[in-house]
Design a protein around this ligand. Structure first.
Ligand code: N01
Length: 550
């Protein structure tokens, strides 16, 4: 380490103690580097620390929604269900932190407010909400894609005297909902998981739906010991294969890899039935052109509409639950246990707020059109300012004081989803321009963490101090990400992938939609061309550039 770094407190600072943060902390320490983790919550787990709402569950199968980088972790931990509950995943995060002895590396209950690059020292100065600072050579944002809540600006919401909750900020002491009149606003993944769980407890549940979503059954169940033993026995190959798929987990036999048009109508139906019976969002991959060909998409969407009509007894309610404003897969498909069935309960009412919008909230009611719906509790399952929200909430400044949020004001992009020009040695795990949320997050995270350490090894190899991408590389990567997205139907829906859920947010498809295997190939190809798109240099060159610019 050169003298320029003598004032560093740590080699690296890692923001966030979710799964990405835990992996990074372990990896820095394994390489003999000093590292400080900073976490706003008082425990590890990130998303799964915050999302403690009833019914919370992951929509990726548990055996794949876990770390593969450490052989002992995957052998020692045993999942109990095909799709794990939120509490079980949270326990897994605690297991990882304890097993790898990571807790001492983390400052809990501490929020990062700023991260400013000092061009003279070459250090990131990370400002914390307790007024202190941490100086480190490398700053890694492991802040998660869905961590900043998107709260609706409904007139009168501040006057409500009952309780208001967001799934992503659910109280750790779960509130008593028994016997209460509850409204859920929002029918994305969080809302559709909450509804059946909450419906069982409450006196009356109102589901305020602006847009219906496509919901596929999880077909969840216990994991049998012999299934788990087989997975554990084949884990190395399973992890390797997962990276060679589009979504980051092994494909079931219900995925045909053929367009819908290669089957007769009866065969299409048979295959969709098999995929429905198999369960999970992989239903959207039954034919390989469902998210690219409107006709194929319609075949699958019509099938789901038929299922909804078959489950929901009131035909008028069933009709309202069938999406008509976006293609299947355009918004993140939801995976449920008992969502549509909940609407057959006498204490559950679907309120169509697209047809009759919410006017305002009073001290004890939601006014929908002329109707006042009296409620004790409102659950705002209204989603997140995804991918960029948390990064933009931190005052991140790179060379010459350039602010990341200004760089991203017309659209956010990071080279390989990981780095932005003018922000040397700053990494954004699963940032804009990476597969992130379109893939199993564990695979996205592990691949990105590896990429960080590949770059750091190269930095050392070259005897350089700083790495960052070029503006040209960023622009060309941005074009690639946009071209891939434009070749799909994903850009036609008003989804959070596009930032369309947040008023005023730039409409731009943020994730890399080409799939994990293709992303890995792209990364490997660029790195094999002498780290194409990255520049490696010395901190002193910044002062020289500054002087030359003057
Ligand atoms: O959020 P969402 P989420 N007035 O943005 C509605 C992951 N996740 O928290 O579609 C009225 O999907 C909005 O309506 P519309 C997963 O990646 C995973 O449910 O904009 N309604 C929509 O119905 C997921 O995709 C898991 O018309 C308003 C809903 O709120 C992501 O998190 C579980 C409104 C928001 O849906 C986000 O899911 C949970 C307003 N002002 C979450 N504003 C699993 O692994 C928004 N809405 C299973």
């Amino acid at each position: 380490m050169t003298s320029a770094y003598e004032t560093a407190d740590f080699d690296a600072v890692v923001v966030g103690a979710g799964f990405a943060g835990l992996h990074l902390l372990h990896s820095f320490r394994e390489r003999g580097m000093t590292v400080q983790g900073v976490e706003a919550g008082d425990g590890v787990g990130g998303t799964w620390y915050w999302n403690r709402y009833p019914g919370a569950r992951c929509d990726v199968e548990s055996v794949d929604y876990s770390f593969g980088f450490h052989p002992d972790l995957q052998q020692e931990w045993s999942w109990t269900e095909r799709y794990a509950t939120g509490p079980e995943i949270h326990r897994y995060a605690e297991f990882v932190a304890n097993r790898l002895n990571l807790r001492d590396l983390i400052r809990f209950r501490t929020r990062v407010e700023s991260a400013v690059f000092n061009e003279v020292s070459g250090l990131w100065v990370v400002g914390l909400d307790d007024g202190t600072e941490v100086r480190a050579r490398f700053c890694v944002m492991a802040t998660g894609c869905l961590s900043t809540t998107n709260l609706p600006d409904i007139e009168g919401i501040g006057d409500f005297t009952g309780d208001i909750y967001h799934p992503g900020r659910w109280p750790h002491e779960s509130p008593m909902l028994q016997g209460k009149r509850v409204a859920v606003i929002g029918t994305g993944s969080s809302g559709i998981q909450l509804v059946p769980a909450v419906a069982r407890e409450v006196a009356q549940l109102y589901v305020l739906q602006r847009s219906p979503n496509y919901v596929m059954p999880a077909q969840n169940g216990p994991l049998h010991p012999e299934q788990l033993a087989e997975v554990k026995r084949t884990y190395p190959e399973r992890r390797r294969m997962s990276r060679r798929t589009r979504r980051g987990f092994p494909l079931p036999t219900t995925v045909t890899n053929q367009p819908a048009s290669s089957f007769s109508a009866a065969e299409q139906h048979e295959r969709l039935e098999a995929a429905w019976a198999h369960g999970g969002a992989i239903f959207t991959s039954t034919f390989d052109d469902i998210t690219t060909n409107p006709d194929s998409n319609q075949v699958a969407a019509d099938f789901i509409a038929g299922k909804i009509r078959g489950i929901v007894k009131d035909p008028a309610v069933a009709t309202k639950l069938i999406p008509t404003d976006h293609p299947l897969g355009g918004k993140r498909p939801c995976v449920d246990t008992g969502y549509y069935e909940a609407f057959n309960r006498p204490n559950v009412e679907l309120v169509d707020i697209r047809e009759t919008p919410v006017q305002r909230i009073t001290s004890n009611a939601i006014q929908v059109g002329e109707r006042l719906i009296d409620v004790d509790v409102i659950i705002l399952a209204t989603g997140y300012d995804a991918i960029t929200g948390t990064l933009n909430a931190i005052d991140i400044r790179g060379r010459r004081g350039v602010k990341l949020r200004d760089e991203w004001c017309d659209g956010a992009m990071a080279y390989l989803g990981l780095m932005a020009p003018k922000f040397p040695n700053l990494f954004t795990i699963t940032g804009p321009g990476s597969p992130s949320v379109l893939c199993n997050m564990f695979v996205s995270i592990e691949q990105h963490v590896e990429l960080v350490f590949t770059l750091l090894a190269e930095l050392r190899q070259r005897g350089a101090e700083v790495v960052e991408p070029t503006q040209e590389a960023l622009e060309s990567w941005g074009e690639r990400v946009a071209d891939i997205a434009d070749s799909t139907l994903l850009v036609t829906a008003n989804s959070w992938y596009l930032g369309a859920n947040v008023p005023g947010k730039v409409r731009q498809f943020m994730p890399y939609a080409g799939g994990m295997a293709s992303f890995v190939d792209d990364c490997e190809a660029l790195l094999s061309m002498d780290f194409e798109g990255f520049t490696f240099g010395d901190v002193a060159s910044y002062s020289e550039q500054e002087a030359a610019a003057r």
